[in-house]
Design a protein around this ligand. Structure first.
Ligand code: 5AD
Ligand code: SF4
Length: 361
């Protein structure tokens, strides 16, 4: 059987059927996939890890995704907005520690107050860092005009996960209404690309009802969209969400971790020069999850620089690591983590995906 995995790995491109076989590889066979991904990673992008200092701006969200702990319908959490002074402190921290880039992530809101606040934070990051910090936004689905405003203010990367590329599955994990519209999400991705952002998307792995075919299609979807960046990780159940009712049907946690690592490795093989994040959700299911992701092809780490007092309230899923830490702790931990994975942190650079300016093959 591992002969078959080795044989498939010789191919330059993978069909859906091949991807399904690779995703079904057992632990021993998976090692072959991880090794190949590590080789490709070191050949095409080296062992540098780029950092993105992450601010979780607010956990107020207009959406009601059935899997997410900060969904509108969860009345069991305290809602917060990081204030201007705290945002400024985080920016100074990112400058001083030479993180190179920041990510502003937030629950999704579409009112003018939110849109102009994000815009002014983007301008502030540019001004305080003298243009030296790169900016990624992850603030959900917005009007094309809004994406333009934020781009013109200085943001140049955007992360909007498709969550799953399967239309039917999308509506099993989201309410079926106008704010959770699969086609709108696709249009948002296209708008972001058109405006000129480096485009990032991603999916959750191990969702209830999800099949290996779905995951293979997710990989092909990202390849076809020709993304520059990917953030994906395991689905982690949260007790205050409707999807929690399926908790007993999920793949065991270690299997979800292994599958997520395989997804990362396969995407690295398919898209050799893009940026792939090693996500926190992986670590919530396995203590060494994020370093294993770096070994399997990921090259981005996102130290959380949100003020510690808010951390417990940005609980998208349970057991989220680092909720009791302050910014400095997270950064030191990530440095050690990168070292253990045999990687070096690259300071003070944007670390943009090399894919963006490359000619599609
Ligand atoms: N498990 C894993 N990831 C989750 N996200 C939201 N809820 C969960 C969960 N329960 C992810 C989604 C979203 C991102 C901000 O967090 O993919 O896009
Ligand atoms: Fe809001 Fe994002 Fe959570 Fe959905 S996944 S409820 S959009 S924060």
């Amino acid at each position: 059987m591992s002969d078959r995995i080795s044989e498939i790995l010789q191919h330059e491109t993978f069909s859906r059927a091949m991807l399904i076989e690779l995703l079904q590889a057992n632990v021993r066979e998976s090692k072959l996939i991880f090794e190949k991904a590590a080789t490709i990673k070191s050949k095409f992008i080296g062992n540098q890890v780029h950092l993105r200092g992450l601010i979780e701006l607010s956990n107020i969200c207009q959406k009601n995704c059935l899997y997410c702990g900060i969904r509108r319908g969860n009345s069991n959490i305290e809602r917060y907005i990081v204030n201007d002074i705290e945002v400024e402190q985080a920016i100074h921290f990112a400058i001083k520690k030479q993180l190179g880039s920041m990510v502003i992530q937030s629950g999704e809101l579409a009112n003018e107050q939110f849109v102009s606040r994000v815009e002014s934070i983007v301008r502030k990051i540019k001004k305080l860092s003298d243009g030296k910090l790169g900016i990624t936004l992850s603030c959900g689905e917005q009007e094309e005009e809004t994406y333009k405003r934020w781009f013109e203010a200085g943001a140049h990367r955007y992360l909007l996960r498709i969550e799953t590329s399967n239309f039917d599955l999308y509506y099993k994990i989201h309410p079926k209404d106008t704010v959770h519209d699969f086609d709108n999400r696709l249009s948002a991705l296209k708008n972001l690309r058109k405006i000129g952002y480096l485009l990032g998307t991603g999916v959750m792995i191990g969702l209830p009802f999800q099949t290996m075919k779905d995951l293979a299609n997710d990989l092909l979807f990202m390849q076809k969209l020709d993304i520059d960046m990917c953030g994906m990780g395991p689905y982690v159940e949260h007790e205050n969400t409707p999807l929690y009712q399926y908790k007993d049907d999920l793949l065991p946690k270690n299997v979800r971790v292994e599958l997520s690592l395989k997804m990362i490795a396969l995407l690295r093989l398919m898209m050799k020069d893009i940026n792939i994040a090693s996500t926190t959700a992986l670590q919530s299911l396995a203590p060494d999850g994020r370093e294993r992701a770096l070994k399997a092809g990921a090259n981005i780490l996102m130290p959380n620089i949100t003020p510690g007092i808010y951390r417990n309230n940005y609980a998208l899923y349970q057991n989220k690591p680092g909720t009791n830490e302050e910014a400095e702790d997270s950064r030191l931990k990530l440095e050690q983590l990168a070292k253990r994975a045999g990687c070096q942190i690259s300071y003070a650079d944007w670390g943009d995906s090399r894919h963006f300016n490359s000619i599609p093959t």
